[in-house]
Each structure stands twice: as structure tokens, then as C-alpha cells.
Design a protein around this ligand. Structure first.
Ligand code: PRP
Ligand code: URA
Length: 207
């Protein structure tokens, strides 16, 4: 698996805002949206393009467009805060949805929604979830994607724990991970340390 740390002063500033426990819901969502823009920008840096011809008001000119726009897959709830910005950057992309919530006692993923195209062969897929803790929720999502034939999968996260990165490594799936920070580890409740708390609650309130 390729791991890309998106280590930029602007990304670090938004991540600081998200980590700060005094940051309110609206400012948290705004910082997540900004950081998503940076993650998507970095993850598409090497995307193949098709040449197209256009005309400027002055003369004919060569242009480009993405050869294969990705399918964005936000993992509900917290990934919802990333999809609007990702879609704004690639308006021609399609969007699928996966819903999974951790059992608070066991930290195991409990799936409750999948809304994805049946055939993902040849389709670049970008999974959006701010948090990669144990990696259980992401592994569930990846299993759904691979079962549909996906072989070109990019995971975009804000904060990861080393345990979550290892879960993805051990999956054996060919993946790219773009992440804002890899933190120290997990606490006894499987929250990322220092992390930023519960990314779903901090956007939308407690469930
Ligand atoms: C969070 C987060 C990830 C998951 C990460 O979702 O958005 O999906 O936890 O933890 P893991 O790597 O240990 O699986 P949560 O289950 O809190 O649901 P929510 O987004 O609805 O709040
Ligand atoms: N989910 C979150 O939202 N935060 C964590 O630290 C771990 C899982």
C-alpha cells in the first residue's frame, strides 16, 4: 500500500482547528471541507487526462480533462462532511454511499447501508472517511468495493492510527492512502490519540 502524508502548512492549520476541543460544529465542518480539498487535490495529482480541443476567445487551444473521474464513496456519517467539497472539485464524478457505525462497546463495525454501483471494474474509487482508527470500518467498506470488482482504490482520511494503517496494509488490497496525520495510537475505547474525538458527533451532534 502506498501511504501519502499530506504535510502542508495549510493542511496542518485546518487539522489543528479540527483537533481543538473548543472548535464548534460549524467551524469543524468548514475545516474538514478545506482539508478535503487538499486531500483530493493531492490524490489526483497524477490522474491521467485526455487531450481535448477548445477555443479561447482568441484562438483554438489544446486542453485536458480527467480521463476517468473517480467514484466518491463517503462512509457515513463522518464521511458526509467530505463529499460536498470532493464533488465540487470533480463535478463529473459519481457518488456511492456506505453506512457503518462502530459498536461503542466492542469498536466493531456495524454496517447499515450500502448504495454502490454493481460493477466497479476499471473504475477509480475514492473512499472518504476522516477517521481511520482500528481500520474495521474501512476494511468493511473495502470488502464491499473489492467484491464489486474495484482494483483502483484510494482512501482519503484526516487522521489515522498506526493500527488502522496496519489493518489496510494487512488486507493485501492494492490501495493508496492519503492522510493528514498518523497519530500515536488508540486509547482503551479505540479512539485515536491525540486524534480529534468523534468526527461524526463533532459535525452532526451525538447519535
Ligand atoms: C467513525 C469514523 C470511521 C470509524 C473509524 O465512525 O468516521 O468510520 O469511526 O473507526 P474504526 O477505524 O475503528 O472502524 P463512527 O462509527 O463513529 O460513526 P459515525 O461516523 O456515524 O459517527
Ligand atoms: N471514530 C472517531 O470518530 N474518532 C476516533 O478517534 C475513532 C473512531
Amino acid at each position: 500500500m502506498q501511504v501519502h502524508l499530506v504535510d502542508h502548512p495549510l493542511a496542518a492549520a485546518r487539522l489543528t482547528t479540527m483537533r481543538d476541543k473548543h472548535t464548534g460544529n460549524a467551524a469543524f465542518r468548514a475545516a474538514l471541507s478545506d482539508l478535503t480539498q487538499m486531500l483530493v487535490y493531492e490524490a489526483l495529482a497524477d490522474a491521467p487526462v485526455d487531450a481535448i480541443g477548445i477555443e479561447t476567445p482568441i484562438k483554438a487551444c489544446a486542453g485536458t480533462r480527467l480521463a476517468a473521474p473517480p467514484l466518491f464513496v463517503p462512509v457515513l456519517r463522518a464521511g458526509l462532511g467530505m463529499v460536498e467539497q470532493a464533488h465540487a472539485m470533480v463535478p463529473e464524478a459519481f457518488v456511492g454511499f456506505v453506512g457503518v457505525a462502530r459498536d461503542e462497546a466492542t469498536a466493531k463495525p456495524v454496517p447499515y447501508l450500502e448504495s454502490l454501483p454493481d460493477d466497479l471494474a476499471g473504475q477509480p474509487v475514492f473512499v472518504l472517511d476522516p477517521m481511520l482508527a482500528t481500520g474495521g470500518s474501512m476494511l468493511h467498506t473495502l470488502d464491499l468495493l473489492v467484491a464489486r470488482g474495484a482494483t483502483d482504490i484510494t482512501v482519503l482520511c484526516v487522521v489515522a492510527a498506526p493500527q488502522g494503517v496496519a489493518t489496510l496494509e494487512n488486507s493485501g488490497y492494492p490501495l493508496r492512502l492519503f492522510v493528514g496525520a498518523v497519530d500515536e495510537g488508540l486509547d482503551e475505547a479505540s479512539y485515536i490519540v491525540p486524534g480529534l474525538g468523534d468526527a461524526g458527533d463533532r459535525q452532526f451532534g451525538p447519535r
